[in-house]
Design a protein around this ligand. Structure first.
Ligand SMILES: Cc1cc2nc3c(=O)[nH]c(=O)nc-3n(C[C@H](O)[C@H](O)[C@H](O)COP(=O)(O)OP(=O)(O)OC[C@H]3O[C@@H](n4cnc5c(N)ncnc54)[C@H](O)[C@@H]3O)c2cc1C
Ligand code: SF4
Length: 314
């Protein structure tokens, strides 16, 4: 096992990726090898589903984290068909989806590469749907980006572009859906006791955000996104070596990952008001989320003052 910090030097790739753009790199190598890539994308109704792509145009739809449970549909069966036909297959998904794929396949395939990520958990599909419908206010959605980087990678902004040219964009402190996600209000029940934590997993590669890179390796930090990659397959190590001129690479160890990304080993605690939230009747999902997760005024004032103080000190 090898652990690395990586920035893809291709600025456009990194802009459209949630962290450092490593998924794109691996997907591209599989497509160049006449392979097939499976991943999570938005369908025409902006629900998240698993699908496959055989060219780079299709790969773009998989880029970026979608903070909702993806519907797998027939993806495991399709992957098996391609594997049996001898095609190279890259399957990307949550750690539990990779475990389910392996169980479904029932045997190892030389031509299969699996990619998962350190997983906070997936929000409930209904809540996400209600939220997108609510902020749309009747407008037709053209694009959703759960990790827009306009304000920087660490701002964790949700951006929705509408067909009429208007845009919604709010960062992690302002957007109710992102706040409720990060405060564990509506994750899928199994996410609170996730069986797929730790460094040993079924996937060949685990991706993650390198939170804290600005303090640990300031020389590679630019707030455009840095990935952690945990590699368990020799062919991926070779790919990274082959591509080294187009990447910024640093060696990492388990301790650094444990320190900066607690989700690698620990499931997040269920929000104490999760049941209350799901049982409540509401007209506005944003207000219902905010009522529960919004910080008390005293704390918000303190944070604002701290930000102002830091601004004055610069
Ligand atoms: C629900 C969720 C929770 C996450 N939690 C954490 C966390 O706690 N800590 C952390 O460090 N990183 C977490 N990540 C991963 C991280 O944000 C980046 O996606 C990852 O580091 C890969 O980034 P990238 O820049 O290489 O490529 P990207 O282009 O950002 O990677 C996209 C990849 O993610 C897959 N994907 C996107 N959405 C979903 C979905 N809903 N279900 C299944 N697969 C999906 C795509 O198929 C594709 O393979 C999470 C991602 C998701 C989707
Ligand atoms: S937290 Fe665990 S159970 Fe939940 S989606 Fe991620 S891997 Fe699956």
């Amino acid at each position: 096992m090898r652990i690395l910090a990586i920035n893809n030097k291709d600025e456009a790739v990194r802009k459209n990726s949630s962290s450092g753009g490593v998924f794109y790199l691996i997907a591209e190598s599989v497509i160049n090898d006449s392979g097939v890539v499976f991943g999570a994308k938005f369908d025409s109704s902006f629900d998240v589903v698993h699908g496959y792509a055989e060219d780079m145009e299709g790969i773009r739809a998989f880029m970026g984290s979608k903070y909702v449970q993806s519907s797998v549909g027939g993806a495991y069966r399709d992957a098996k068909d391609f594997l049996e036909a001898g095609r190279k297959v890259l399957f990307s998904g949550t750690p539990c989806q990779i475990a389910a794929l392996k169980k479904y396949l029932g045997k190892e395939y030389e031509n299969l590469i699996t990619v998962d990520f350190i997983c906070h958990g997936v929000p409930n599909r209904r809540i996400c749907r209600e939220y997108l419908d609510e902020i749309s206010k009747g407008r037709e959605i053209a694009k959703v980006n759960f990790r827009d980087k306009t304000e920087g990678w660490r701002a964790f902004s949700l951006k929705v572009d509408f067909a009429d040219g208007s845009t919604y964009r709010k960062n992690l402190e302002e957007d109710p859906f992102v706040c409720g996600f990060l405060k564990n209000l509506y994750l899928r029940p199994s996410c609170y006791q996730c069986a797929y934590r730790g460094f040993e997993r079924p996937a060949d590669v685990t991706l993650a955000d390198f939170w804290g890179v600005q303090n640990i390796m300031p020389e590679i930090y630019d707030d455009k996104g840095t990935s952690i990659i945990i590699v368990r397959k020799e062919s991926i190590e070779k790919l990274i070596e082959y591509k080294k001129d187009s990447l910024v690479i640093r060696e990492l160890d388990e301790q650094t990952v444990q320190k900066t990304n607690v989700a690698v080993e620990k499931s997040c605690a269920m929000h104490p008001k999760r049941a209350e939230f799901f049982e409540s009747e509401y007209k506005s999902v944003s207000k219902a989320i905010y009522r529960i997760v919004k910080e008390p005024l005293k704390i918000r004032v303190k944070k604002k003052l701290y930000k102002l103080y830091k601004g004055v000190k610069k």
